[in-house]
Write a protein that binds this ligand. Structure first.
Ligand SMILES: C[S@@+](CC[C@H](N)C(=O)[O-])C[C@H]1O[C@@H](n2cnc3c(N)ncnc32)[C@H](O)[C@@H]1O
Length: 218
């Protein structure tokens, strides 16, 4: 089951979905396929997909870095929103899950625009920094324990005025419960607090999906 926007009840969510632009048929098919797989709740929701596509168009992104690809829904949303010379570098460590992503990128005719890098995303981002790669937009949606490292690397990889979006920053409300001390929650709580004070970027935490932090590099 796809994860819905946290804190929004079923009636409002149905209204929200009914008033979004139509979902691309391949995105709908990918959600159906993913729903039969393990960990399907990791996939971003359709409203988040629309939001990512909107951001990519808004800033005219041509170079996108995705950290956490899974079966490819978010990367496909962004690739469909980019111009024909747009390129995505997609990072993940699962060949099994990203094989599904590859199938759908191919079906959409976008496979040549998306470069998959398999392995630890911390290492991949380090390699991209060494290669002096630069991105207009970085979307972070992998394991939460490494979120701070992803954020710091993203700040080095995004161009000035470029955008970083970080998913799951509410952890379904658990960040607001101090009794939740496991690293996958505390790492996100600490990063929210750090970014709130971080003058390197303009930033806003919004409630779409499971909470998304947006940082625009100054
Ligand atoms: C929340 S899912 C990404 C969902 C995806 N954005 C979508 O819309 O379907 C997180 C992904 O991060 C990957 N991942 C977890 N730990 C990782 C790591 N250390 N390095 C790279 N990828 C990792 C997992 O394999 C998983 O596919």
């Amino acid at each position: 089951m796809t994860r819905a926007t946290y804190g929004v009840d079923e009636t409002i969510r149905a209204y929200l979905l009914a008033n979004l632009p139509p979902e691309h048929p391949l995105l709908a098919e990918l959600r159906e396929v993913t729903a039969t797989m393990t960990r399907s709740r990791m996939q971003i929701s359709p409203e988040q997909g629309h939001f990512l596509a909107f951001l990519v168009r808004l800033i005219g992104a041509r170079r996108v870095l995705e950290v956490g690809t899974y079966t490819g829904y978010s990367s496909l949303c962004m690739a469909l929103a980019m111009p024909s010379d747009g390129r995505i570098v997609a990072c993940d460590m699962s060949a099994e899950w990203t094989d599904v992503a590859k199938q759908f990128w191919k079906k959409a005719g976008l496979a040549d625009r998306i470069e998959l890098r398999l392995g630890s995303a911390v290492d991949t981002m380090e390699a991209l920094i060494k290669e002096r790669q630069e991105f207009d937009f970085v979307f972070i949606d992998a394991n939460k324990e490494d979120y701070d490292a992803y954020y710091e690397s993203a700040l080095r990889l995004v161009r000035p005025n470029g955008l970083i979006a970080i998913d799951n920053m509410l952890r379904e409300g658990r960040v607001a419960d101090p009794s939740m001390t496991q690293l996958s929650i505390s790492a996100v709580r600490d990063l929210n607090a750090k970014i709130a004070k971080d003058e390197r970027g303009d930033r806003v935490l919004i409630t779409v999906g499971d909470g998304m932090m947006l940082v625009r590099l100054r």
